[in-house]
Design a protein around this ligand. Structure first.
Ligand code: C2E
Ligand code: MG
Ligand code: MG
Ligand code: MG
Length: 287
């Protein structure tokens, strides 16, 4: 497209609809291949008990480095996988990988895996979770599944029954990104989540904005009254850690404690952590 301005001609590159559609189609093709060849892997980010400062577990986060385009953000390729109907296969492979990896960690540590809406409502999701747990002989109690509130777009009955079935397998269910969307408190009444994760956007603003700080305090207090643990996301400095810890937050996650790391770095991270912060009380890690 050319724009005329004061006699000069500016050429502005506007990709045609066709070009966009082609590159999207190429990316989906590459994504499908990456799933088949297991080139999408998990990185693991530590989550720390906010009261004892001990390592509690890790969140598994998907990573894809495209051979030409380089790293593609997970938000993007997860959405693409959903749109292309590939999320079921991808999610299955990642859950399997997470259970196999976490199996070798010390027994007091859990792994938390993000589950997309697509996966949750796939006809045999429960059967597959059960099968993965069995095949990997991974203890259900050490598995957390993180879901976001868009799962509540389905009928209440469908949502309730799938969450209930997971719960009865002994798996813990975590409500991720609390505060990012509508975050109706009704969700907490509707289903007994084990934990809610306070979205990083609240955490980020809590030091500069008294309203955000008030909301953080209220969510932590409410969760405490309901007997639900709270993990604060996006904790990048000691000051955030101190504030959250003194408000009674259960766990913290963020660059202050570690970036998401590849599977082979986890073992030395764990060893280093337990050298610095000796293991004291297992019951504090059970939240
Ligand atoms: P999420 O589940 O809320 O994951 C937390 C995100 O915050 C991760 O981004 C993590 O790298 C980032 N993060 C952690 N600590 C800090 C910090 O201190 N500061 C900042 N600025 N960011 C921090 P990431 O890895 O890019 O993942 C983005 C989102 O993609 C995830 O958000 C999740 O919704 C989705 N995702 C990632 N892996 C998977 C997966 O295996 N399955 C599904 N369904 N979704 C996934
Ligand atoms: Mg998450
Ligand atoms: Mg989150
Ligand atoms: Mg998120």
């Amino acid at each position: 497209e050319a724009k005329r301005h004061g006699g000069n001609t500016y050429r502005v590159f506007v990709p045609s609809y066709r070009a966009v559609a082609d590159s999207r189609r190429d990316l989906i093709r590459d994504l499908r291949e990456a799933i088949q060849t297991h080139s999408i892997t998990l990185h693991y980010q530590p989550i720390i008990n906010a009261q004892t400062r001990q390592l509690a577990g890790f969140e598994a986060l998907a990573r894809w480095t495209h051979p030409v385009l380089g790293p593609i953000p997970p938000d993007r390729f997860i959405r693409l996988a959903e749109e292309a109907g590939l999320m079921h296969d991808l999610g299955h492979a990642l859950l399997d990988e997470a259970c196999r990896t976490a199996h070798s960690w010390p027994h007091n540590l859990w792994v938390s895996v993000n589950i997309s809406v697509d996966q949750l409502y796939h006809r045999n999701f429960i059967g597959e979770v059960r099968r993965i747990l069995k095949e990997t002989s991974y203890p259900p109690r050490r598995l957390q599944l993180e879901v976001i509130e868009t799962i509540f777009m389905e009928s209440d009955a469908a949502t309730y029954s799938v969450l209930q079935e997971l719960d009865s397998l002994g798996v813990r269910i975590v409500l991720d990104d609390f505060g990012k969307g509508y975050s109706s408190l009704g969700y907490l009444r509707f289903f007994p989540f084990s934990k809610i994760k306070l979205d990083a956007s609240f955490v980020r603003d809590m030091l500069s904005d008294s309203r955000s700080a008030a909301i953080v305090s209220a969510v932590i207090a409410l969760a405490g009254d309901l007997g639900v643990a709270v993990t604060a996301e996006g904790v990048e400095t000691e000051e955030y850690f101190y504030r959250l810890s003194s408000k009674g937050c259960t766990e913290v996650q963020g660059y202050l404690f570690g970036y998401p790391m590849s599977q082979d770095k986890v073992a030395s991270f764990i060893a280093g952590h337990f050298r610095r912060v000796p293991f004291v009380n297992q019951s504090t890690l059970q939240s």
